[in-house]
Design a protein around this ligand. Structure first.
Ligand SMILES: [Zn+2]
Ligand SMILES: [Zn+2]
Length: 103
């Protein structure tokens, strides 16, 4: 592997294409993301502080829930690690933008 190879930030194995959100993701993980996005759009979560229904946002290819009252973010298991990987891969600007701007 050379440094110029772009590797999928989700699985860290497959060669990636640039995804729309600017996060390198392989075809396989892209499909998984679409599937989880679909699944998550059907289940809603309430803020642990406000019991307000949280809204879905996509941050660096990860679907997160955000509370409209406190702007708190809920991450599912493993999602924080995915975010860290994405940041390591040089996605900090995208990350900052994604976290600051509502999707
Ligand atoms: Zn992948
Ligand atoms: Zn809240």
């Amino acid at each position: 592997m050379t440094q110029s190879d772009v590797i999928c930030v989700r699985c860290g194995k497959e060669p990636a294409k640039r995804a729309e959100s600017g996060v390198p993701t392989c075809d396989n993980c892209e499909r998984l993301l679409q599937a989880s996005l679909k699944a998550k759009s059907e289940e809603s979560r309430n803020c642990p502080v406000h019991s307000t229904e949280m809204t879905k946002e996509i941050v660096l290819n990860i679907v997160v829930d955000r509370c409209p009252s406190c702007q708190g973010i809920w991450l599912d298991g493993g999602e924080l690690d995915l975010l860290k990987k994405a940041i390591k891969a040089g996605m900090s600007d995208d990350f900052a933008r994604a976290m600051l701007l509502p999707w």
